[in-house]
Design a protein around this ligand. Structure first.
Ligand code: HEM
Length: 401
């Protein structure tokens, strides 16, 4: 019933999610060797349950590596296991509170007008060309630019960030199937090493000459040097591709619902609910990080024993009719209340305010500037990438006028 590699599933996972929710809301997947939860109420319980924790990275990913490769990558394994999304309390609590203090709402808000200016520049270019590819030329440009600005890192170094993010992202899926675990892990380890050296150089600079940026604030926080470096890495990895696909998926969804695109143009006051609804409808993170049961529990009528892996399927929960009226429909005025797109519990997304702000500016800018935006029929029809961890298009070619 569930095969994350199936090309039909990749292009449209929602029929499978619906079947799972209706027939087997707690489903044991052989492919993932764990339990999939697809109902909204169950996903919320899993994300908030104190007896469900993050498994040590070694248990899943590294156990599939040959012993000699694992030994060679021991330092990488240890450092990966010290990253915020993978830690458990009490280490998680300590690190999260230090990072949350430095990366608060004000830090993001201070960037708002500069993000608006940057988005305007990108829109000018698209307008001049009359067409463009929105994944590369727009969706990708905004979050990577933002995170570099936030940390005071030179924009010329963007290619290094890209190398880090593309190298590390497949690792974060942990237990999701990978054809080449050795190659994937070695690439991620090399990307982490290279980027750590880069961050350490910049941290040394802000220690000498403090600036008004996030890197300086983090350098002042009670973090060990390695925690500091790993935190910057996590923010870059978690904050770029996710938001890139949030923005691009949202615009693609609007193009598929021209009535809603027109509605947003006519009623710009809907932007906030619209951006949240677009995230519910076609969010970039369909699966939360795999977790493991610590003590026996029962969720959704299923008894779960210690050591069992669990996968909260956010993409399925976001279309649960028990929680949302007409969930397969897009309604930009829908008052959402709690959505699971940013996870929940102690690992609730720390960058959600920044991501929502970026998406609102990016989506609002496109709709205001190009109310007649359409897919570019001279280019291939947009398809979804075969990536079970991050849902995003391979490209989004458009005509802007
Ligand atoms: C649309 C954009 C985004 C989405 C959909 C998203 C989604 C999520 C989700 C689902 C989680 C929880 C994962 C889990 O339970 O394992 C999470 C955690 C996290 N997010 Fe985001 N995120 C986005 C943007 C950002 C941004 C912009 C940043 C920072 C610049 C960020 C930083 C983080 C961090 C550091 C965590 C880990 C928190 C912890 O473990 O305590 N995210 N995000």
């Amino acid at each position: 019933m569930f095969n994350p590699q199936d090309p039909d599933f990749v292009q449209d996972p929602y029929p499978v999610y619906r079947t799972l929710r209706e027939r087997s809301p707690v489903y044991f997947s052989e492919a993932l060797n764990g339990w999939l939860f697809t109902r909204h109420a169950d996903v919320q319980k899993v994300l908030n349950h104190p007896k469900i924790i993050r498994p040590p990275v070694g248990d899943i990913l590294f156990s599939r590596l040959p012993e000699d490769v694992r030994a060679e990558l021991r330092v990488f394994e240890r450092r990966l296991g010290s990253m915020l999304p993978i830690l458990n309390p009490p280490e998680h609590t300590r690190l999260r509170s230090a990072v949350a203090q430095a990366f608060d709402r004000d830090v993001s808000e201070a960037l708002r007008s500069r993000i608006e200016r940057r988005v305007d520049e990108l829109l000018d270019k698209l307008e001049e060309a009359g067409r463009g590819e929105l994944l590369e030329d727009y969706g990708y440009q905004i979050p990577t630019w933002v995170i570099m600005e936030l940390c005071g890192l030179p924009q010329e170094d963007l290619s290094l960030v890209k190398e880090l993010v593309t190298g590390m992202t497949p690792i974060l899926g942990q237990a999701l199937p990978s054809e080449d675990p050795v190659g994937v892990t070695r690439t991620a380890a090399a990307a982490m090493d290279r980027f750590s050296a880069y961050v350490e150089k910049h941290v040394a600079e802000v220690r000498k000459t403090p600036r008004d940026d996030l890197l300086t604030r983090l350098a002042d926080a009670p973090l060990s040097p390695d925690d500091l470096t790993l935190t910057v890495l996590v923010l870059l990895i978690a904050g770029t591709e996710t938001t890139t696909h949030y923005i691009t998926n949202a615009i693609h969804t609007l193009l598929q619902h021209p009535d809603q695109l027109e509605r947003l143009y006519d009623e710009p006051g809907l932007l906030e609910t619209a951006a949240d609804e677009l995230l519910r409808f076609e969010g970039p993170v369909p699966f939360a990080t795999p977790q493991v049961v610590r003590d026996p529990i029962e969720i959704g009528g299923q008894q779960l024993e210690p050591g069992a892996l669990v996968y909260p399927v956010i993409g399925a929960a976001n279309r649960d009719p028990e929680r949302f009226t007409n969930p397969e429909g897009l309604d930009l005025a829908r008052p959402l209340g709690s959505v699971l797109s940013f996870g929940g519990g102690i690992h609730f997304c720390i960058g959600r305010h920044l991501a929502r702000m970026e998406a609102q500016i990016a989506i609002g800018g496109i709709v205001r500037r190009f109310p007649k935006l359409r897919h570019d029929d001279a280019e291939p029809v947009p398809v979804w990438r075969a990536d079970p961890v991050l849902r995003g298009l391979a490209a989004l070619p458009v005509i802007t006028c």
